[in-house]
Design a protein around this ligand. Structure first.
Ligand SMILES: [Zn+2]
Length: 357
């Protein structure tokens, strides 16, 4: 879950006037209160963008934007630039840069291999194996970056401390093993949000656990577009799904019922987060969908219910049906619909996996 920013403090202008924190220009001298910092952020953003560091540029532009009065021309200009960069990140331009192999030979083409002499065919086979190894390296690099982020999150004291509090509460109810699994799967879900927030350069706090409730990440800046909001919101359940699949895979190999329990309960919790209400992740996904897409999401929930008869889906159906009567943005975001629909169906199926007692 993610919560919107909260600001409440006071600042003072260079002319000496004390101002409430939300004021960006001084009413007595008309100066931009944070002109120096503003200029620095914009310069940094331009440098990052020219170096191809899109998330760095986004992060700086967002930091610059919050220093401007929201009705100013500059604010609108920054908003336009942020939306543009954000679209480029969404199109995968940042990933293309960070995972582009350096000095790795392009695997040989295997087209028309049948007409070539045998040794060429053998060479192509080796090339294909090389391609496979290269793709595998891709997966390893991918997992390693995620693992690094997961470990990094644990170095934050608020996260670790509140996580231990939650863990001890759940321990008294369900025993330490299940409690540990539960807390870790909630943690993976939250880090999904953190990963997406970092990708879009949106400042946020480290995940904080609330014993008995779950966990949340408080945003320091608002996502700029409904699409960003949907990516950030749905990233939690996507990572949560990954944790659930991993648990059920371990169960498949070891037949240890504990992993089945953590995997299915984890899937159920992530499904709950897809309720399209309040600040829940599903609400963020829904915001980016057009009205027809919302009806398709309702259909996906109905399908999931037909497959599993999971009671929670009736609640989702009710909330989604209600939201489907409201207008959405035009055109809606197709990826938000695909992610939402896919998550609902797969999570419902996983939560229905029978757990041995
Ligand atoms: Zn969430």
């Amino acid at each position: 879950m993610t919560l919107p920013p909260d600001s409440s403090s006071s600042i003072s202008c260079v002319c000496g006037t004390s101002l409430p924190a939300e004021l960006r220009s001084c009413p007595s001298c008309n100066r931009l209160v944070h002109a120096t910092r503003l200029k620095q952020h914009v310069t940094d953003a331009e440098r990052s963008e020219s170096e191809g560091d899109l998330r760095g540029a986004l992060s700086d532009l967002r930091s610059a934007q919050v220093l401007l009065p929201s009705d100013s021309r500059q604010y609108a200009e920054l908003q336009r630039r942020i939306a543009h960069l954000s679209d480029r990140v969404d199109a995968g331009e940042d990933a293309a840069r960070s995972t582009r192999p350096q000095n790795v030979g392009t695997p040989p083409e295997s087209a028309a291999a049948s007409k070539r002499p045998r040794w060429v065919v053998a060479g192509s086979a080796i090339g294909a194996a090389g391609l496979l190894a290269w793709k595998f390296k891709f997966v390893v690099v991918f997992l390693f970056t995620k693992a690094k982020l997961l470990l990094l999150g644990l170095s934050k004291s608020t996260t670790l401390f509140t996580m231990l509090l939650s863990f001890s509460l759940y321990w008294t109810i369900w025993g330490w093993a299940f409690a540990l699994g539960l807390v870790l799967s909630i943690y993976v879900h939250e880090m999904g949000h953190v990963s997406a927030l970092r990708r879009f350069g949106i400042a946020a706090t480290a995940p904080m656990f609330i014993p008995g409730f779950g966990a949340l990440v408080r945003l320091d800046q608002y996502p700029q577009t409904a699409r960003e909001d949907a990516r950030v919101g749905l990233a939690g359940p996507i990572w949560g799904l990954g944790a659930s699949v991993a648990c059920l895979a371990v169960y498949g190999v070891t037949e240890n019922a504990l992993f089945a329990a953590v995997g299915t309960v984890g899937a159920w919790i992530n499904l709950f987060n897809l309720l399209p209400l309040w600040q829940l992740d599903g609400g963020r996904g829904f915001r980016a969908m057009s009205q027809p897409q919302r009806w398709l999401a309702v259909a996906a929930i109905a399908l999931a219910w037909a497959l599993t008869q999971e009671g929670l889906l009736l609640l989702l159906l009710l909330a989604a049906g209600f939201r489907a009567f409201t207008k959405g943005p035009e055109p809606g975001d197709r990826r938000a619909l695909l992610q939402y629909g896919g998550l609902v169906v797969v999570l419902a199926l996983l939560s229905a996996v029978p757990v041995p007692h």
